[in-house]
Design a protein around this ligand. Structure first.
Ligand SMILES: Nc1ncnc2c1ncn2[C@@H]1O[C@H](COP(=O)(O)OP(=O)(O)OP(=O)(O)O)[C@@H](O)[C@H]1O
Ligand SMILES: [Mg+2]
Length: 730
């Protein structure tokens, strides 16, 4: 497993400080404000420009209208002069008719009247004129009738200019005589056109002066003249008309708004000069309050408000975005850190598990849902003989003995269907096979491992060969211990019985000796009859049988007087051949074997013969008269034995092919008077004596028997090494 590599990674840059979103938002707001300012200024300027354009158009239009109106009036005068044809002495009725036909009052507003000024005969240098015709014949015009306009300098200047030029001439500022006294007279002006007498030359000034008959003229009241000139836009402009260069009220002919015009500081102003009737009029025009109000202030305001609103909105959006980005960055960083930590934890955990698995005493393996091996630790490699590379991917069934595979497969299939698998759960003991095919007893403890596709398993495998062996050893030891305990118990029992029997037999023997001695003394007497003698002999016979019995009991109790001598058992057996054959009977085959160099022993040969004879008789009895008896002599070295002292022994085994003994009989065969034979057939002292003899001789007697198959009784006698007689030194 690769070690975790993340701990050394440099810490990432700390995310931007918390003030940044606010700064960004303010920056965006300021930029938007700046843009808004320019847009607002542009909108204001274009509104101003539109206003200025409109003003220029209006003022031009106004000047044009005034000039045209004046030109029209001049034309009217020319028309009238044409009508007069050089004579100013026409009938007043004709003049009135002419005026009525022209309908001057309706067609040309502002033209106060149309009149004729005639020259009166006068002394040279003191010429006089009089208004001889004037239409319409209103009361006001009546005031002018007969007026000598030439006598008034302003009018006279215009009249002379007209006379000399032959064209129309406009007078300076006057108050018309029609105004009369009182009231608020309007400023006025008069336009003159000379009328020359017909047929006279008018080429030069002199000729024109000489030919002059009078003037047709028209008086104007300036306010009336200007009324209606502005049309629909008459209120757009504040207008002043001055006669010549403006010099205050002295030159003022007309002011459109006498109340306000002087004080108000107009936004736009212009002035123009026109030349009506050869006189210079200055037309000064200023934007009126109403006109200025038409300035489009809504759009710049709208632009400004929209811009500011947009700025606030953008600022807020930027702030939200930036701060949420910052939050997202912080979150991402926290998550990355957490992820890294958990990754490190997982890596450390993996490593920990790996270390545990590698250092566990048991073999460990994991299998997937298709029972393929996916994990394999060092101990597994050691136990099974396959390296991890060889084992991973292999089917786990390969580790089981062939006869166990089908059961495993069935269990694993059940596991994958969600049922319990008998192999998993608690520890299970079974055999596995290693690479070499060797069976190894193991203990499995498995656990279900959910995988992506179904269920796998993790399995710990513990080699329990050593444990099994130890267990077997322990069982055997226990068995031997039980046997030893039983043997000990038996031995102790025999010992106790032996002591009792020995004591009783010894005393019994002494009593028998007394009886025997007295009976023999009585038999020596002469005065006993035959009858008595016979009875005494019977007593002696019974005493002898009792003595024999006592001897047998003493032999069992290991208290019989023994006369040991060096005995070569093979030779002894050879001497006993005919005796044994007779004892065994005709139907029994007796076989005898001995090693090449049998050892000698030191025992009482007579007692040994008795014991061997008894064993052969027992064998015969067990075989019901037909069978095989083997007498096997052997040398044996004992190193460790509960009964026998370590050393060399001569063994004589008497085997038969008889009925054998059940365990309960085996338990008791050495007890005195234990017999299974019918009354009178056996006393149950044969094996007891043999046991007493063997123990008294420093050896032992042991029985192996299988019921139905036969019995082997083995006599162990200590080896005797004869002392070689050394010749006495000379
Ligand atoms: N070879 C044998 N096969 C089967 N059972 C035997 C054998 N030897 C001894 N026994 C059993 O052991 C019992 C005791 O034998 P043991 O020799 O002490 O007495 P016995 O033969 O019955 O009488 P005796 O005093 O005449 O020998 C026998 O009654 C018999 O049941
Ligand atoms: Mg016997």
């Amino acid at each position: 497993m690769p070690p975790a590599q993340h701990t050394a990674a440099p810490p990432s840059r700390a995310p931007d400080s918390g003030a940044l979103p606010l700064l960004l938002a303010m920056l965006v707001f300021l930029v938007t404000l700046l843009v808004t300012f320019f847009a607002w200024r542009g909108a204001s300027q274009s509104a101003d420009a539109r206003l200025a354009q409109s003003f220029e158009y209006r003022s031009r239009d106004m000047v044009y209208n005034i000039s045209r109106r004046m030109a029209v009036y001049e034309q009217v005068l020319r028309g009238a002069r044409g009508y007069l044809r050089g004579s100013v002495t026409l009938e007043r009725g004709d003049w009135a008719e002419y005026y009525r036909v022209l309908r001057l009052d309706q067609a040309f507003p502002g033209m106060e009247a149309l009149g004729i000024a005639s020259m009166l005969e006068a002394k040279p240098g003191a010429m006089r004129t009089a208004i001889t015709h004037i239409e319409p014949a209103t009361l006001r015009n009546g005031r002018a009738f007969g007026f000598d306009m030439y006598g008034e300098p302003v009018r006279r200047a215009a009249m002379e200019r007209a006379r000399d030029s032959g064209g129309a001439a406009l007078s300076g500022k006057v108050v018309l005589v029609q105004e009369g006294a009182g009231g608020a007279p309007q400023s006025g002006a008069l336009m003159y056109l000379p009328v020359y007498r017909a047929g006279l030359p008018t080429a030069s000034v002199e000729q024109r002066r000489a030919a002059l008959a009078g003037w047709v003229y028209a008086p104007f009241r300036m306010n009336d003249l200007m009324r209606g000139l502005g049309g629909a836009h008459s209120t757009d402009l504040d207008i002043e008309i001055h006669d010549g260069a403006p010099q205050g009220d002295a030159t003022l002919l007309y002011r459109s708004d006498p109340a306000d015009g002087a004080q108000r500081n107009a936004r736009l102003a212009t002035r123009a000069q026109i030349l009506p009737g050869g006189r210079t009029w200055t037309v000064a025009m200023r934007s009126s309050a109403a006109f200025e109000d038409s300035l489009d202030t809504t759009r710049p305001l709208l632009v400004a408000l929209t811009g500011i609103g947009l700025g606030v909105l953008l600022g807020v959006v930027v702030w939200l975005l930036a701060s949420s980005r910052r939050r997202a960055l912080l979150l991402a960083r926290a998550m990355t850190l957490e992820l890294r930590q958990s990754h490190d934890q997982v890596a450390a955990e993996r490593q920990r598990i790996q270390v545990i698995l590698e250092h566990t005493h048991d073999a460990f393996l994991a299998v997937d849902a298709s029972s393929r091996i996916t994990d394999w630790n060092v101990q597994a490699a050691r136990l099974f003989g396959w390296s991890a590379e060889e084992a991973i991917g292999r089917n786990v069934e390969d580790l089981l003995p062939p006869n166990a595979r089908a059961a495993f497969r069935a269990g694993f299939t059940r596991l994958n269907h969600g049922d319990a698998c008998p192999l998993l759960g608690g520890p299970t003991e079974l055999d596995v096979i290693d690479r070499a095919g060797r069976r190894i007893p193991v203990e499995l403890s498995g656990a279900v491992l959910p995988t992506g596709a179904g269920f796998g398993a993790t399995i710990f495998v513990r080699d329990i060969s050593a444990r099994r062996e130890a267990l077997q050893r322990e069982q055997q030891r226990q068995l031997r211990l039980d046997e030893a305990r039983q043997a000990l118990a038996r031995g102790q029992k025999l010992e106790a019985v032996g002591k009792l029997t020995g004591g009783v037999a010894h005393d019994f023997n002494n009593i028998l000796h007394i009886i025997s001695a007295n009976v023999q003394l009585m038999l020596r007497g002469d005065r006993i009859g035959d009858d008595v003698r016979k009875r005494l002999l019977n007593i002696l016979d019974a005493v002898e049988r009792g003595a024999k019995l006592a001897g047998q009991l003493l032999a069992f109790a290991r208290r019989q007087p023994l006369h040991p001598s060096e005995v070569h058992v093979d030779a002894l057996l050879a001497r006993m051949d005919s005796l044994v054959a007779r004892a065994a009977g005709d139907g029994v085959i007796v076989e005898r074997s001995s090693p090449a160099a049998p050892w000698a022993t030191l025992v009482d040969p007579n007692q040994l013969e008795n014991v061997l004879l008894n064993l052969v008789i027992n064998a015969r009895d067990a075989m019901d008269g037909s069978g095989r008896v083997q007498l096997r002599l052997a040398n044996l070295t004992v190193e460790q034995d509960p009964e026998l002292a370590p050393g060399d022994y001569v063994t004589v085994a008497v085997s038969d092919s008889g009925q054998g003994m059940p365990p309960e009989v085996m338990e008791r065969v050495f007890e005195p008077f234990f017999t299974t034979k019918p009354e009178g057939k056996g006393t149950g002292l044969g094996l007891s004596m043999a046991h007493g003899f063997a123990r008294q001789s420093g050896g032992d007697i042991r029985i192996e028997s299988v019921p139905g198959e036969g019995t082997t009784v083995t006599l162990y006698l200590p080896r005797h090494v004869a002392m070689v007689q050394q010749p006495a030194p000379a």
